[in-house]
Design a protein around this ligand. Structure first.
Ligand code: FMN
Length: 145
């Protein structure tokens, strides 16, 4: 199973989480703004910061231009001040491409004034790694997910 991890991160919080997830998958996390190759991916982790209530338009247009039928499944994670899941627009785009999105999304707190300055913390990164393990196990057990 070919697994890749891509992310869009303005301030580096999503990158940290992407790197934690990538370490579990044995791959290197890739910034969508840098040259990378995700053709023929079985499972794609997609990470995004939330800005103005949604993923950045750069991430959305990236997903919109993904070739059809080259990626089988995706799992989504997002970071925001609120810690709420605001990945809906990205999930819709992936689904529209025929990519099956893992039903549980990981939503973590980024920065909330001074309170969030140290987020993602060790606990967040452990959660991210558990999420990656859970998704990998689900896809290895059932390719139709
Ligand atoms: C311009 C801007 C707008 C933001 N808008 C929201 C928002 O609407 N809701 C929210 O919960 N967090 C919002 N945030 C906080 C980010 O989602 C948070 O800092 C997250 O960690 C960003 O990820 P990054 O460090 O990978 O860029 C905003 C941050 C910035 C810089």
């Amino acid at each position: 199973m070919t697994v890749n991890v891509i992310y869009y991160s303005r301030r580096g919080k999503t990158r940290k989480v992407a790197e934690a997830i990538a370490s579990v998958c044995g791959v290197t996390a890739m910034n969508i703004e840098e040259p990378h190759n995700i053709s023929d991916t079985d499972l794609l982790f997609v990470g995004m910061g939330i800005y103005g209530g949604s993923p950045d338009p750069a991430l959305l247009s990236y997903l919109d231009t993904l070739p059809v039928n080259t990626i089988k499944g995706a799992a989504v994670f997002c970071l925001s001040d609120s810690g709420r899941d605001r990945s809906e627009l990205a999930v819709n785009l992936l689904t529209h491409k025929g990519i099956s999105v893992y039903p549980r999304h990981l939503a973590l707190r980024g920065r909330f004034l001074f309170l969030g300055a140290r987020r993602p913390n060790e606990k967040d990164l452990r959660r991210a790694k558990r999420f990656a393990g859970e998704v990998l196990e689900a896809y290895q057990g059932d390719a139709s997910l």
